[in-house]
Design a binder for this molecule. Sequence first.
Ligand SMILES: CC(=O)SCCNC(=O)CCNC(=O)[C@H](O)C(C)(C)COP(=O)(O)OP(=O)(O)OC[C@H]1O[C@@H](n2cnc3c(N)ncnc32)[C@H](O)[C@@H]1OP(=O)(O)O
Ligand SMILES: O=C([O-])CC(=O)C(=O)O
Length: 369
Amino acid sequence: MAKGLEGIVATESSISSIINDQLTYVGYTIDDLAENSSFEEVVFLLWNLRLPAKAELNEFKAELAAEMELPEAIIEHLRSYDLSTVRPMAALRSAVSILGLHDEEADVMDEAANKRKAVRLQAKIATIVTAFARIRKGQDPIKPKKDLGFAANFLYMLNAEEPKDVEEEAINKALILHADHELNASTFTARVCVATLSDIYSGVTAAIGALKGPLHGGANERVMAMLSEIGDEENAIPYIKQKLENDEKIMGMGHRVYKNGDPRAKYLKEMSKELTKITGQSKWYDMSVKIEAFIKEKKGLPANVDFYSASVYHSLGIDHDLFTPIFATSRISGWIAHILEQYDNNRLIRPRAEYVGPKTQEYVAIENR
Ligand SMILES: CC(=O)SCCNC(=O)CCNC(=O)[C@H](O)C(C)(C)COP(=O)(O)OP(=O)(O)OC[C@H]1O[C@@H](n2cnc3c(N)ncnc32)[C@H](O)[C@@H]1OP(=O)(O)O
Ligand SMILES: O=C([O-])CC(=O)C(=O)O
Protein backbone atom coordinates (compact mmCIF):
# COMPACT_ATOMS: atom_id res chain seq x y z
CA MET A 1 0.00 0.00 0.00
CA ALA A 2 1.26 3.49 -0.85
CA LYS A 3 0.67 5.47 2.34
CA GLY A 4 -0.76 8.88 1.48
CA LEU A 5 -1.17 7.57 -2.11
CA GLU A 6 2.46 8.50 -2.76
CA GLY A 7 3.38 7.94 -6.39
CA ILE A 8 -0.12 6.74 -7.35
CA VAL A 9 -1.41 8.12 -10.64
CA ALA A 10 -5.12 8.69 -9.95
CA THR A 11 -6.29 10.46 -13.09
CA GLU A 12 -5.30 11.75 -16.50
CA SER A 13 -5.22 15.53 -16.82
CA SER A 14 -4.36 18.08 -19.50
CA ILE A 15 -4.10 21.03 -17.12
CA SER A 16 -0.68 21.03 -15.47
CA SER A 17 2.29 18.71 -15.33
CA ILE A 18 5.33 18.16 -13.13
CA ILE A 19 7.99 16.35 -15.12
CA ASN A 20 11.62 16.25 -13.97
CA ASP A 21 10.93 19.02 -11.46
CA GLN A 22 9.61 21.27 -14.24
CA LEU A 23 6.10 22.66 -13.78
CA THR A 24 4.00 23.53 -16.80
CA TYR A 25 0.46 24.79 -17.23
CA VAL A 26 -0.95 23.23 -20.43
CA GLY A 27 2.63 22.77 -21.63
CA TYR A 28 3.76 26.38 -20.94
CA THR A 29 6.59 26.50 -18.41
CA ILE A 30 5.94 28.26 -15.15
CA ASP A 31 9.03 30.36 -15.96
CA ASP A 32 7.52 31.76 -19.16
CA LEU A 33 4.22 32.43 -17.45
CA ALA A 34 5.71 33.98 -14.29
CA GLU A 35 7.86 36.31 -16.34
CA ASN A 36 5.42 37.30 -19.08
CA SER A 37 1.83 36.63 -18.20
CA SER A 38 -1.01 38.08 -16.16
CA PHE A 39 -3.06 36.09 -13.67
CA GLU A 40 -6.20 36.53 -15.79
CA GLU A 41 -4.38 35.11 -18.82
CA VAL A 42 -3.31 32.09 -16.75
CA VAL A 43 -6.88 31.51 -15.56
CA PHE A 44 -8.08 31.63 -19.17
CA LEU A 45 -5.34 29.16 -20.09
CA LEU A 46 -6.26 26.71 -17.33
CA TRP A 47 -9.96 26.80 -18.17
CA ASN A 48 -9.68 26.74 -21.95
CA LEU A 49 -6.40 24.83 -22.39
CA ARG A 50 -5.09 27.53 -24.74
CA LEU A 51 -3.81 31.09 -24.46
CA PRO A 52 -6.36 33.80 -25.30
CA ALA A 53 -6.14 36.22 -28.21
CA LYS A 54 -5.93 39.85 -27.07
CA ALA A 55 -9.65 40.55 -27.56
CA GLU A 56 -10.57 37.35 -25.72
CA LEU A 57 -8.36 38.28 -22.80
CA ASN A 58 -9.88 41.74 -22.58
CA GLU A 59 -13.34 40.25 -22.67
CA PHE A 60 -12.42 37.72 -19.97
CA LYS A 61 -10.94 40.44 -17.74
CA ALA A 62 -14.14 42.47 -18.15
CA GLU A 63 -16.27 39.43 -17.28
CA LEU A 64 -14.27 38.87 -14.10
CA ALA A 65 -14.36 42.54 -13.12
CA ALA A 66 -18.13 42.62 -13.67
CA GLU A 67 -18.66 39.68 -11.30
CA MET A 68 -16.45 40.85 -8.42
CA GLU A 69 -19.07 42.59 -6.33
CA LEU A 70 -20.66 40.51 -3.57
CA PRO A 71 -24.37 40.19 -2.86
CA GLU A 72 -25.16 42.31 0.22
CA ALA A 73 -26.30 39.10 1.96
CA ILE A 74 -22.73 37.76 1.86
CA ILE A 75 -21.35 40.94 3.39
CA GLU A 76 -24.01 40.71 6.10
CA HIS A 77 -23.05 37.11 6.61
CA LEU A 78 -19.38 37.98 7.05
CA ARG A 79 -20.40 40.63 9.58
CA SER A 80 -22.37 38.01 11.50
CA TYR A 81 -19.34 35.86 12.35
CA ASP A 82 -17.78 36.06 15.79
CA LEU A 83 -14.96 38.37 14.71
CA SER A 84 -12.94 37.68 17.82
CA THR A 85 -12.47 34.01 16.96
CA VAL A 86 -13.28 33.33 13.30
CA ARG A 87 -10.14 33.12 11.17
CA PRO A 88 -10.08 34.08 7.48
CA MET A 89 -9.79 30.56 6.00
CA ALA A 90 -12.80 29.35 7.98
CA ALA A 91 -14.67 32.51 7.00
CA LEU A 92 -13.77 31.93 3.34
CA ARG A 93 -14.81 28.27 3.42
CA SER A 94 -18.16 29.19 4.92
CA ALA A 95 -18.76 32.25 2.73
CA VAL A 96 -18.12 30.30 -0.50
CA SER A 97 -20.67 27.75 0.61
CA ILE A 98 -23.17 30.52 1.44
CA LEU A 99 -22.45 32.13 -1.94
CA GLY A 100 -23.85 28.97 -3.53
CA LEU A 101 -27.16 29.68 -1.78
CA HIS A 102 -27.33 33.00 -3.63
CA ASP A 103 -26.63 31.54 -7.06
CA GLU A 104 -29.79 30.39 -8.81
CA GLU A 105 -27.64 28.24 -11.07
CA ALA A 106 -25.77 26.51 -8.23
CA ASP A 107 -27.21 23.11 -9.11
CA VAL A 108 -27.52 23.62 -12.87
CA MET A 109 -24.94 21.22 -14.23
CA ASP A 110 -24.62 22.06 -17.95
CA GLU A 111 -21.32 23.27 -19.34
CA ALA A 112 -22.40 26.85 -19.99
CA ALA A 113 -23.81 27.27 -16.47
CA ASN A 114 -20.65 25.77 -14.98
CA LYS A 115 -18.52 28.28 -16.91
CA ARG A 116 -20.67 31.16 -15.64
CA LYS A 117 -20.34 29.89 -12.07
CA ALA A 118 -16.60 29.52 -12.57
CA VAL A 119 -16.30 33.23 -13.43
CA ARG A 120 -18.50 34.22 -10.49
CA LEU A 121 -16.47 32.16 -8.03
CA GLN A 122 -13.08 33.29 -9.31
CA ALA A 123 -14.15 36.92 -9.26
CA LYS A 124 -15.89 36.90 -5.90
CA ILE A 125 -13.27 35.01 -3.91
CA ALA A 126 -11.01 38.07 -3.95
CA THR A 127 -13.86 40.22 -2.68
CA ILE A 128 -14.77 37.78 0.09
CA VAL A 129 -11.18 37.60 1.37
CA THR A 130 -10.68 41.37 1.34
CA ALA A 131 -14.16 42.18 2.69
CA PHE A 132 -13.64 39.86 5.65
CA ALA A 133 -10.17 41.29 6.26
CA ARG A 134 -11.67 44.78 6.51
CA ILE A 135 -14.83 43.89 8.41
CA ARG A 136 -12.88 42.26 11.21
CA LYS A 137 -10.92 45.50 11.64
CA GLY A 138 -14.13 47.48 11.89
CA GLN A 139 -13.71 48.89 8.36
CA ASP A 140 -16.25 48.87 5.53
CA PRO A 141 -15.60 46.60 2.54
CA ILE A 142 -14.35 48.37 -0.57
CA LYS A 143 -16.11 47.77 -3.86
CA PRO A 144 -13.86 46.60 -6.73
CA LYS A 145 -12.90 49.00 -9.52
CA LYS A 146 -13.81 47.78 -12.99
CA ASP A 147 -10.73 49.36 -14.57
CA LEU A 148 -8.23 47.52 -12.36
CA GLY A 149 -6.82 44.07 -13.09
CA PHE A 150 -7.40 41.17 -10.69
CA ALA A 151 -4.15 41.55 -8.71
CA ALA A 152 -4.50 45.34 -8.39
CA ASN A 153 -8.14 45.01 -7.39
CA PHE A 154 -7.24 42.53 -4.67
CA LEU A 155 -4.81 45.00 -3.09
CA TYR A 156 -7.14 47.94 -3.67
CA MET A 157 -10.05 46.19 -1.93
CA LEU A 158 -7.75 45.22 0.92
CA ASN A 159 -6.11 48.60 1.51
CA ALA A 160 -8.57 51.12 0.08
CA GLU A 161 -5.83 52.53 -2.12
CA GLU A 162 -4.48 51.50 -5.49
CA PRO A 163 -1.22 49.54 -5.20
CA LYS A 164 2.19 50.66 -6.42
CA ASP A 165 3.42 48.86 -9.55
CA VAL A 166 5.89 46.77 -7.58
CA GLU A 167 3.13 45.57 -5.25
CA GLU A 168 0.73 44.74 -8.06
CA GLU A 169 3.49 42.87 -9.91
CA ALA A 170 4.36 40.85 -6.82
CA ILE A 171 0.76 39.76 -6.24
CA ASN A 172 0.22 39.06 -9.93
CA LYS A 173 3.29 36.82 -10.00
CA ALA A 174 2.38 35.08 -6.75
CA LEU A 175 -1.12 34.38 -8.10
CA ILE A 176 0.35 32.91 -11.30
CA LEU A 177 2.78 30.71 -9.38
CA HIS A 178 0.06 29.30 -7.10
CA ALA A 179 -2.65 28.79 -9.74
CA ASP A 180 -2.40 25.06 -10.36
CA HIS A 181 -0.31 22.13 -9.30
CA GLU A 182 -1.45 18.83 -10.73
CA LEU A 183 -3.08 16.52 -8.18
CA ASN A 184 -2.21 18.28 -4.93
CA ALA A 185 -4.39 17.51 -1.89
CA SER A 186 -6.94 20.30 -2.32
CA THR A 187 -7.36 19.72 -6.05
CA PHE A 188 -7.79 16.01 -5.47
CA THR A 189 -10.39 16.85 -2.82
CA ALA A 190 -12.29 19.01 -5.31
CA ARG A 191 -12.21 16.24 -7.90
CA VAL A 192 -13.37 13.56 -5.45
CA CYS A 193 -16.25 15.80 -4.39
CA VAL A 194 -17.55 16.65 -7.85
CA ALA A 195 -17.00 13.12 -9.17
CA THR A 196 -20.18 12.28 -7.22
CA LEU A 197 -21.76 14.84 -9.60
CA SER A 198 -22.04 17.32 -6.80
CA ASP A 199 -21.94 21.01 -7.74
CA ILE A 200 -19.00 23.36 -8.21
CA TYR A 201 -19.66 25.29 -4.95
CA SER A 202 -19.41 22.03 -2.99
CA GLY A 203 -16.17 21.12 -4.80
CA VAL A 204 -14.57 24.49 -4.06
CA THR A 205 -15.79 24.53 -0.44
CA ALA A 206 -14.25 21.11 0.12
CA ALA A 207 -11.01 22.20 -1.53
CA ILE A 208 -10.72 25.28 0.69
CA GLY A 209 -11.02 22.98 3.69
CA ALA A 210 -8.15 20.85 2.40
CA LEU A 211 -5.93 23.81 1.54
CA LYS A 212 -6.35 25.22 5.04
CA GLY A 213 -4.27 22.49 6.71
CA PRO A 214 -0.64 23.20 7.73
CA LEU A 215 0.77 20.38 5.61
CA HIS A 216 -0.64 22.14 2.52
CA GLY A 217 -1.55 25.81 1.96
CA GLY A 218 -1.75 26.57 5.66
CA ALA A 219 2.05 26.30 5.85
CA ASN A 220 2.69 29.84 4.51
CA GLU A 221 1.08 31.53 7.51
CA ARG A 222 3.05 29.26 9.83
CA VAL A 223 6.32 30.10 8.09
CA MET A 224 5.81 33.73 9.07
CA ALA A 225 4.86 32.73 12.61
CA MET A 226 8.15 30.82 12.77
CA LEU A 227 10.21 33.71 11.36
CA SER A 228 8.56 36.12 13.80
CA GLU A 229 9.32 33.79 16.70
CA ILE A 230 12.96 33.51 15.60
CA GLY A 231 13.11 37.31 15.49
CA ASP A 232 16.58 37.81 14.04
CA GLU A 233 19.18 36.11 11.92
CA GLU A 234 21.42 34.98 14.78
CA ASN A 235 18.64 32.94 16.36
CA ALA A 236 17.71 31.16 13.15
CA ILE A 237 19.97 28.10 13.26
CA PRO A 238 19.73 27.40 17.02
CA TYR A 239 15.93 27.65 16.72
CA ILE A 240 15.76 25.27 13.76
CA LYS A 241 18.21 22.82 15.39
CA GLN A 242 15.95 22.68 18.43
CA LYS A 243 12.88 22.07 16.28
CA LEU A 244 14.59 19.21 14.49
CA GLU A 245 15.76 17.72 17.78
CA ASN A 246 12.13 17.79 18.92
CA ASP A 247 11.17 16.01 15.69
CA GLU A 248 9.09 18.98 14.60
CA LYS A 249 8.57 19.81 10.96
CA ILE A 250 9.89 23.06 9.56
CA MET A 251 7.06 24.78 7.74
CA GLY A 252 7.67 25.65 4.10
CA MET A 253 10.22 22.85 3.72
CA GLY A 254 9.85 19.55 1.91
CA HIS A 255 7.49 18.41 -0.80
CA ARG A 256 5.78 15.18 -1.78
CA VAL A 257 6.80 15.48 -5.44
CA TYR A 258 9.79 17.84 -5.63
CA LYS A 259 12.81 16.28 -4.02
CA ASN A 260 15.41 18.57 -5.64
CA GLY A 261 13.63 21.90 -5.53
CA ASP A 262 10.30 23.56 -6.17
CA PRO A 263 10.56 25.54 -9.44
CA ARG A 264 8.21 28.22 -8.04
CA ALA A 265 10.30 28.93 -4.96
CA LYS A 266 13.08 30.80 -6.80
CA TYR A 267 10.65 33.48 -7.98
CA LEU A 268 9.27 34.00 -4.51
CA LYS A 269 12.82 34.07 -3.18
CA GLU A 270 13.73 36.83 -5.67
CA MET A 271 10.62 38.78 -4.72
CA SER A 272 11.34 38.34 -1.04
CA LYS A 273 14.84 39.72 -1.53
CA GLU A 274 13.55 42.74 -3.44
CA LEU A 275 10.56 43.55 -1.25
CA THR A 276 12.30 43.08 2.11
CA LYS A 277 15.01 45.44 0.86
CA ILE A 278 12.40 48.04 -0.12
CA THR A 279 10.77 47.85 3.32
CA GLY A 280 14.15 47.94 5.09
CA GLN A 281 13.40 44.52 6.62
CA SER A 282 15.97 42.36 4.85
CA LYS A 283 16.25 40.28 8.00
CA TRP A 284 13.25 38.18 6.97
CA TYR A 285 14.94 37.29 3.71
CA ASP A 286 18.38 36.75 5.28
CA MET A 287 16.88 34.53 7.96
CA SER A 288 14.95 32.53 5.36
CA VAL A 289 18.08 31.97 3.26
CA LYS A 290 19.93 30.60 6.30
CA ILE A 291 17.09 28.25 7.20
CA GLU A 292 16.75 27.03 3.63
CA ALA A 293 20.48 26.20 3.40
CA PHE A 294 20.50 24.51 6.81
CA ILE A 295 17.51 22.28 6.07
CA LYS A 296 18.92 21.38 2.69
CA GLU A 297 22.22 20.37 4.30
CA LYS A 298 20.79 18.53 7.31
CA LYS A 299 17.65 16.95 5.87
CA GLY A 300 18.15 17.20 2.10
CA LEU A 301 14.78 18.96 1.86
CA PRO A 302 14.09 21.90 -0.49
CA ALA A 303 12.04 25.01 0.24
CA ASN A 304 8.56 24.76 -1.21
CA VAL A 305 6.30 27.47 -2.66
CA ASP A 306 5.05 28.43 0.81
CA PHE A 307 8.43 29.29 2.26
CA TYR A 308 9.39 32.58 0.62
CA SER A 309 5.79 33.59 -0.06
CA ALA A 310 5.57 34.33 3.66
CA SER A 311 8.15 37.14 3.65
CA VAL A 312 6.77 38.42 0.33
CA TYR A 313 3.24 38.88 1.70
CA HIS A 314 4.56 40.21 5.00
CA SER A 315 6.55 42.85 3.10
CA LEU A 316 3.36 43.90 1.34
CA GLY A 317 1.88 44.63 4.76
CA ILE A 318 -0.61 41.78 4.58
CA ASP A 319 -1.93 40.19 7.79
CA HIS A 320 -0.34 36.77 8.29
CA ASP A 321 -3.59 34.85 8.44
CA LEU A 322 -4.52 36.18 4.99
CA PHE A 323 -1.59 34.35 3.38
CA THR A 324 -3.51 31.09 2.90
CA PRO A 325 -6.63 32.90 1.65
CA ILE A 326 -4.40 34.54 -1.00
CA PHE A 327 -3.27 31.05 -1.99
CA ALA A 328 -6.95 30.06 -2.27
CA THR A 329 -7.70 33.17 -4.34
CA SER A 330 -5.21 31.88 -6.88
CA ARG A 331 -5.70 28.12 -6.56
CA ILE A 332 -9.45 28.35 -7.08
CA SER A 333 -8.55 28.78 -10.76
CA GLY A 334 -6.85 25.37 -10.73
CA TRP A 335 -9.63 23.77 -8.67
CA ILE A 336 -12.20 24.99 -11.16
CA ALA A 337 -10.15 23.80 -14.14
CA HIS A 338 -9.93 20.35 -12.56
CA ILE A 339 -13.62 20.33 -11.61
CA LEU A 340 -14.58 21.13 -15.22
CA GLU A 341 -12.18 18.45 -16.49
CA GLN A 342 -13.65 15.94 -14.03
CA TYR A 343 -17.21 16.66 -15.22
CA ASP A 344 -16.06 16.29 -18.79
CA ASN A 345 -14.98 12.67 -18.40
CA ASN A 346 -16.43 11.65 -15.06
CA ARG A 347 -16.32 8.45 -13.12
CA LEU A 348 -16.98 8.19 -9.37
CA ILE A 349 -13.69 8.22 -7.41
CA ARG A 350 -13.88 5.44 -4.91
CA PRO A 351 -10.68 3.60 -3.98
CA ARG A 352 -10.47 0.69 -1.55
CA ALA A 353 -9.03 0.41 1.95
CA GLU A 354 -7.04 -2.53 3.19
CA TYR A 355 -8.84 -3.65 6.35
CA VAL A 356 -6.44 -4.09 9.28
CA GLY A 357 -8.94 -4.06 12.15
CA PRO A 358 -10.00 -7.03 14.28
CA LYS A 359 -11.31 -10.03 12.37
CA THR A 360 -14.67 -11.62 13.25
CA GLN A 361 -15.88 -10.46 16.64
CA GLU A 362 -18.87 -11.70 18.51
CA TYR A 363 -21.53 -9.10 19.29
CA VAL A 364 -22.11 -8.78 23.03
CA ALA A 365 -25.38 -7.32 24.26
CA ILE A 366 -24.89 -3.89 25.88
CA GLU A 367 -25.89 -5.02 29.37
CA ASN A 368 -23.15 -7.67 29.29
CA ARG A 369 -20.24 -5.35 28.30
C1 LIG B 1 1.64 24.18 -1.31
C2 LIG B 1 2.04 23.02 -0.52
O1 LIG B 1 1.20 22.31 -0.08
S1 LIG B 1 3.67 22.73 -0.34
C3 LIG B 1 3.80 21.88 1.20
C4 LIG B 1 3.48 22.77 2.36
N1 LIG B 1 3.67 22.09 3.65
C5 LIG B 1 4.71 22.33 4.43
O2 LIG B 1 5.58 23.14 4.16
C6 LIG B 1 4.73 21.57 5.75
C7 LIG B 1 6.09 20.97 6.03
N2 LIG B 1 6.39 19.90 5.10
C8 LIG B 1 5.87 18.65 5.26
O3 LIG B 1 5.15 18.36 6.22
C9 LIG B 1 6.18 17.59 4.22
O4 LIG B 1 7.42 17.87 3.60
C10 LIG B 1 5.07 17.45 3.17
C11 LIG B 1 3.76 17.12 3.88
C12 LIG B 1 4.90 18.76 2.40
C13 LIG B 1 5.37 16.39 2.15
O5 LIG B 1 5.91 15.36 2.77
P1 LIG B 1 5.80 13.79 2.49
O6 LIG B 1 6.24 13.43 1.17
O7 LIG B 1 4.47 13.31 2.90
O8 LIG B 1 6.88 13.37 3.51
P2 LIG B 1 6.67 12.97 5.02
O9 LIG B 1 5.86 13.96 5.78
O10 LIG B 1 6.22 11.56 5.01
O11 LIG B 1 8.17 13.10 5.52
C14 LIG B 1 9.23 12.24 5.11
C15 LIG B 1 10.41 12.44 6.05
O12 LIG B 1 10.94 13.75 5.88
C16 LIG B 1 10.77 14.51 7.07
N3 LIG B 1 10.27 15.82 6.71
C17 LIG B 1 9.47 16.13 5.68
N4 LIG B 1 9.22 17.44 5.67
C18 LIG B 1 9.86 17.96 6.71
C19 LIG B 1 9.98 19.27 7.23
N5 LIG B 1 9.36 20.28 6.66
N6 LIG B 1 10.74 19.46 8.32
C20 LIG B 1 11.39 18.44 8.89
N7 LIG B 1 11.32 17.17 8.44
C21 LIG B 1 10.56 16.94 7.38
C22 LIG B 1 9.73 13.77 7.89
O13 LIG B 1 9.84 14.02 9.24
C23 LIG B 1 10.01 12.34 7.51
O14 LIG B 1 11.15 11.92 8.22
P3 LIG B 1 11.28 10.38 8.71
O15 LIG B 1 11.25 9.56 7.46
O16 LIG B 1 12.56 10.39 9.43
O17 LIG B 1 10.07 10.14 9.58
O1 LIG C 1 1.48 19.62 -4.98
C1 LIG C 1 1.46 19.53 -3.75
O2 LIG C 1 1.44 18.49 -3.11
C2 LIG C 1 1.47 20.77 -2.93
C3 LIG C 1 1.83 22.00 -3.70
O3 LIG C 1 2.97 22.30 -3.90
C4 LIG C 1 0.75 22.80 -4.26
O4 LIG C 1 -0.42 22.45 -4.10
O5 LIG C 1 1.04 23.83 -4.87
